[in-house]
Design a protein around this ligand. Structure first.
Ligand SMILES: CC(C)(COP(=O)(O)OP(=O)(O)OC[C@H]1O[C@@H](n2cnc3c(N)ncnc32)[C@H](O)[C@@H]1OP(=O)(O)O)[C@@H](O)C(=O)NCCC(=O)NCCS
Length: 153
């Protein structure tokens, strides 16, 4: 089991070393700090808890694009690249990478500020999920045209 105390030294590969800052010019969809109840007795946060937060974060841009309800149809990929510990401040960045007739595919990246310190930032998780716009009958609904959406930018 890995704990903050006995975690291995960060490998010197470029992927593990970068980034050392949160993504610049982007707003996280969610910022959450896992509590002791989200972790095992060693302080490692459960993967299922992270997956739930990723699903919520990814659903937010999908819901805006669909202008209404969406359902998660697929988790296309999920990589837990680094462990997450109780007390890490997690930021979830979500970006639409593909849009179909009824579906929206979103990439979610999760960064941890270890011990709540912005100076120690680690990319911990990356996932891609697909959502489907649904109607009140819970069946797939065609996405509205982009120019019909109200934006606040
Ligand atoms: C979401 C749901 C309404 C879609 O209905 P469906 O009849 O299965 O959907 P379709 O086969 O018509 O596919 C709808 C879209 O999803 C896409 N899709 C289907 N299977 C997919 C997969 N495995 N991966 C990625 N996209 C997929 C299709 O390509 C289609 O996209 P497009 O319209 O942009 O071309 C239905 O599957 C459902 O209710 N699933 C349960 C959702 C849920 O409860 N999620 C929470 C997890 S427990």
């Amino acid at each position: 089991m890995t704990t903050p105390q006995n975690a291995p030294a960060t490998p010197s590969t470029p992927d593990a070393a970068a980034p050392t800052r949160l993504p610049q010019g982007k707003m996280p969809e969610l910022r959450v700090m896992p509590a002791p109840s989200d972790a095992n007795v060693y302080g490692d946060v459960f993967g299922g808890w992270i997956m739930a937060q990723v699903d919520v974060a990814g659903s937010l841009p999908a819901t805006r694009r669909a202008n209404g309800r969406v359902a998660t149809i697929a988790v296309n990929s999920f990589l837990f690249k680094q462990p997450v510990f109780v007390g890490d401040l997690l930021s979830f960045y979500a970006e639409i990478v593909k849009v179909g007739k009824t579906s929206i595919t979103v990439c979610v990246e999760v960064y941890a500020e270890r011990n709540r310190l912005q100076a120690d930032v680690v990319k911990v998780t990356e996932a891609q999920l697909t959502y489907v716009a649904t109607g009140p009958d819970r069946k797939p609904r065609q996405l509205p045209p982009l120019d019909s959406l109200i934006t606040h930018e």
